[in-house]
Design a protein around this ligand. Structure first.
Ligand SMILES: *Cc1c(COP(=O)(O)O)cnc(C)c1O
Length: 395
């Protein structure tokens, strides 16, 4: 039997695309790096776990119900979202994480020759989905670490279908305030779809931070993404959603595969939405964590970018992939930023105090260790350069 002729079978844009390699399970990593505990500061997870009511739903899930298909369109959850945000249930599409609704939107609007426009240093999945689907991703450099509205407008051409704006931006934590967002949308004048990814909006306490869902009334070309992964701590159940104008969402719905959201995720998300106290507790934890970490990073003399969201970017005087391995050996897992086009930066989740203390201790050791090695290297004038392994961007 002949081997399938992959060079003929596989489209050029798929051949060109490099697959994302997720990190190994914690247990494998602990073995690999020889550490007995692993603090996960790499994925912006909420250390408080899901809101209590959602935890109760998960604990009490009757196993026989696993045999039954879930609601194909998250019927009750969409009803709840509609009530909460004052929209109609059909203005929502629930997906297997916000990651899945990204694919729905790109499939709904892009055809051969089209492009999307976004920033060069933002959540990478917009770019990836466009590229492995054969569409150009036009990447506009950040300006002062934030989305550059003028730059985005300049790159839009007649084949641009969607502009993706991450607000606040992962990984820099910058945001557009309501005035800036409205001016941008006014200049787009409804002619393209503008996606506003609000994965971290529940963390933002700034008065001038815009609520994308409230803006839908004025801008029917706007599509808003939200997720239950970050604030609501349901990342492992995979559930997120989009909201938009009824007619726009009716188009997007055609490209969605029904039944992609499991029953437990739907029910846990429904319960999580009720809990404002959980949001207050998480915000307090993140606020205290940021204050602690800023103080400590100042003390260590490490530059950092601390904006909105439950993460901070830190600039290191060594390669981020090398720092990653050294931190892993000390049981601390961070996100390398080379894949986000920020070499020598790491992104760290604002977790509980203990975990942040462990991170600071580990950073301190690495810096000290490095100082000593540099001295030795200078004496012997050796090339101490270590090979860095490939790394991959991600959420
Ligand atoms: C985490 C994240 C998402 C996707 O989250 P899901 O887990 O797929 O719901 C989307 N956008 C940004 C900016 C994120 O950080």
């Amino acid at each position: 039997m002949t081997f399938p002729p992959l060079d003929q079978l596989v489209p050029e844009y798929v051949r060109r695309f490099e697959a994302y390699i997720p990190s190994k399970p914690d247990e494998e990593l602990r073995r690999l790096y020889g550490c007995d505990r692993l603090l996960r500061l790499n994925n912006n997870e909420n250390p408080l776990g899901p809101p209590p009511e959602a935890q109760e739903i998960i604990r009490r899930f009757p196993p026989p119900r696993a045999a039954v298909y879930p609601s194909g369109d998250a019927y009750y959850l969409r009803e709840k979202l509609a009530e909460k945000f004052g929209l109609q249930p059909d203005q929502f599409i629930v997906g297997n994480g916000a990651n899945e609704v990204i694919t729905f939107v790109i499939k709904a609007f892009c055809q051969e020759g089209d492009n999307i426009v976004t920033a060069d240093k933002t959540f990478a999945v917009y770019e990836w989905v466009a590229e492995f689907s054969g569409f150009e991703a036009r990447l506009v450099p950040l300006r002062d670490f934030g989305f550059d509205d003028e730059g985005l407008l300049e790159r839009i051409d007649e084949r641009t279908k969607i502009v993706f704006v991450c607000n606040p931006n992962n990984p820099t934590g910058t945001y557009w305030n309501e005035g800036r967002l409205r001016r941008f949308l006014d200049r787009i004048d409804g002619r393209r779809i503008v996606v506003l990814d609000e994965a971290y909006c529940e963390f933002v306490e700034k008065k001038d931070f815009p609520d994308g869902i409230r803006l839908l009334r004025d801008y029917p070309n706007l599509v808003v993404f939200r997720t239950f992964s970050k604030m609501y701590a349901l990342a492992g159940l995979r559930i997120g959603y989009l909201a938009g104008d009824l007619e726009v969402v009716n188009v997007i719905r055609r490209t969605g595969v029904v039944y992609s959201v499991n029953v437990l995720a739907q029910e846990a998300a429904l319960a999580a939405l009720n809990d404002d106290e959980h949001i207050r507790r998480t915000r307090a934890l993140v606020g205290a964590g940021k204050a602690f970490l800023s103080r400590e990073l100042d003390r260590l003399g490490l530059p950092y970018i601390c904006g909105e969201g439950n993460f901070v970017m830190i600039r290191l005087p060594l390669s981020d992939t090398l720092a990653y391995r050294k931190l892993m050996a000390r049981g601390v897992m961070v996100r390398t930023m080379t894949g986000f086009r920020f070499p020598n930066y790491i992104r760290v989740t604002i977790s509980a105090r203990e975990a942040l203390e462990a991170l600071v201790r580990a950073l301190e050791e690495i810096l000290k260790d490095r100082g000593q090695r540099t001295e030795i290297r200078d004496q012997k004038s050796e090339d101490g350069g270590q090979r860095t392994e490939g790394c991959h961007p991600g959420g």
